[in-house]
Write a protein of this length. Structure first.
Length: 539
């Protein structure tokens, strides 16, 4: 897997930049304008005088991703920019949005009516935010909350204008549910919805408490890598890599966000973000093992998917990101967040304090700290266990009688894999390999379980196994100092096939168990380099 030769030639910045030039692949461009009757219209071409311009191409069958880039025009009011950005995204990607909603309804909600308790929670949550937006008109935090809702409202209208099938019209509530999909895991538990607990949704939720993250400092201090591998149900493999470049006048530290996302979502939900503040933000989900905390969850907060958008915009370093994110703690989608500040890294010289902040959230409590000292030892690994002792204990990971079973932080299989292999990473290729690693047949740490690897493959376990499912690592995203300086991310879509066969929906009984639309049958895609304006497939 990893090249163990410490004396191998290191890739210098010059060579690295030559290998990964900024992508220039042509992507169809579109613009959106507002008529005299206040109706939006989308037309071909990159019109710099329009409210927003977009580049969009659905390349799911060719590279496992669609690509979307949106830039707004600072000459227009912020709310118009946000709404137009949402409109053009909803209009252009309407087919993928419908496919996503279909896959969620069929596979997560069992094609049943959404429980009224969830609808009521969403409605009350919206009213709470609406009241605060009006009451805090001069607070950038709430102004940007309002802009997120304007963007989502525009997306609803754009989708419904493009989709002329009356049976496929979607409401604002349904778009909101797609965006709060990750938060719903804890909301459903807090609402104690018995019917939902018996559905596929709860099976999905149990397993989304997984991902792998790694921040790696090379031995000679010349490079700092950041990466994330998402674990999820394979029904969620309809993907869009996105770039938002919003020219709002409301104070913000960041205008440009590049991230791995999904149709209809304004946040990554993976999560993995590259910002023009030279911050990289990622997380893995800790979840909760303490049922006594769910009573703290209520709709009078801001859900995690929205708080991360606001923190990304308003923060310029790890500390201010944490301070912004802890406002309005919803206690939902409880993650370990890692904020890597590349401005603090001096290659070949030193790693300054503040390079890595870690934040962990549970209902009623958030803890964060500068963890750069851990990174200076070589790496910081993330594998769905709380780093902070208080969070570990409060969230029930120290309870030997819990349903998940007690597991010490250092005993996790991925923790052991990172200790064994992370400090053998010397090049970008090594880094990509460790994030896609799954050699469960030969790795003694796996004990024959394909789920116990950095990029899990539950589908490769025996059909009789308890954790056999169409579930596992569904992508990997990597970046580095040199790539951050060029605003580039390299990503690969689909389950890993480095050491294992590529996943195919038509193999076994998967298509009957999980009806899906919009996806390729075979996921054997390579890495793709994404910029804020284009992409290129790495041969």
């Amino acid at each position: 897997m990893i090249n163990n030769n410490k004396n191998q030639k290191q890739l210098t910045c010059k060579e690295y930049s030559t290998k990964y030039q900024r992508p220039t692949s042509p992507v169809p461009t579109f613009s959106v304008k507002l008529s005299s009757t206040n109706e939006y219209s989308v037309y071909s071409g990159n019109d710099s005088a329009s409210i927003a311009q977009a580049a969009y191409s659905n390349e799911m069958m060719n590279m496992g991703w669609a690509y979307l880039s949106i830039t707004t025009n600072s000459q227009f009011e912020d709310s118009i920019q946000a709404e137009a950005a949402g409109y053009i995204e909803g209009y252009l990607s309407y087919e993928m949005i419908w496919q996503t909603w279909y896959n969620i309804m069929v596979n997560e909600y069992n094609n049943k009516t959404i429980p009224s308790e969830i609808i009521n929670f969403q409605s009350e949550n919206f009213l709470y935010m609406k009241d605060n937006i009006y009451a805090n008109a001069n607070d950038p935090y709430w102004v940007h909350i309002g802009l997120v809702w304007s963007q989502l409202s525009g997306m609803v209208k754009g989708y419904n204008d493009a989709n002329q099938d009356p049976d496929r019209q979607l409401s604002f509530t349904e778009f909101a549910l797609i965006n709060m999909d990750a938060d719903l895991g804890d909301i459903v538990q807090a609402l104690n919805i018995s019917d939902a607990k018996e559905s596929k949704r709860m099976d999905h939720i149990k397993k989304t408490d997984h991902c792998s993250g790694l921040i790696k400092l090379t031995d000679d201090l010349t490079e700092l890598y950041s990466a994330h591998t998402s674990w999820s149900s394979y029904v969620n493999m309809l993907r869009i890599f996105k770039s938002y470049n919003f020219k709002f006048s409301t104070p913000a530290k960041s205008q440009l966000t590049i991230f791995s996302g999904y149709p209809a979502t304004l946040a990554s939900l993976d999560d993995f973000y590259l910002l023009d503040t030279r911050l990289v933000v990622l997380e893995t989900t800790n979840g909760l093992n303490n049922n006594d905390l769910y009573y703290l969850i209520n709709p009078r907060t801001v859900l995690t998917w929205m708080r991360v958008i606001i923190a990304n915009r308003l923060a310029n370093n790890g500390l201010t990101w944490c301070e912004t994110f802890e406002r309005e703690n919803s206690g939902t989608y409880n993650n370990q967040w890692m904020i890597v500040d590349y401005k603090k890294f001096v290659p070949g010289v030193k790693v300054r304090d503040g390079t890595l902040y870690v934040l962990e959230q549970i209902p009623g409590y958030i803890e964060y700290a500068d963890t750069t000292n851990v990174l200076r030892t070589g790496y910081f690994g993330s594998y769905n266990l709380p780093y902070f002792e208080n969070v570990f204990n409060k969230s029930g990971f120290n309870d030997e009688g819990s349903s998940s079973g007690y597991e010490a932080y250092e005993e996790d299989v991925r923790s052991q894999i990172f200790r064994r292999d992370a400090n053998k990473v010397y090049t970008l290729s090594d880094f990509q390999a460790i994030m896609r690693y799954n050699d469960f047949q030969n790795d003694p740490l796996a004990k024959g379980d394909a789920a116990q690897q950095v990029c899990s493959r539950f589908d490769l376990n025996p059909p009789t196994a308890e954790d056999y499912d169409a579930f596992g690592g569904v992508d990997s995203k990597v970046t580095s100092l040199d790539l951050v300086n060029q605003q580039l991310v390299i990503a690969q879509s689909g389950p890993t096939h480095d050491q294992e066969p590529a996943f195919r929906w038509s193999s076994g009984n998967w298509t009957s168990l999980y009806p899906t639309i919009g996806m390729p049958d075979l996921y054997n895609f390579t890495w793709v380099t994404f910029s804020d304006t284009s992409y290129s497939i790495n041969e």
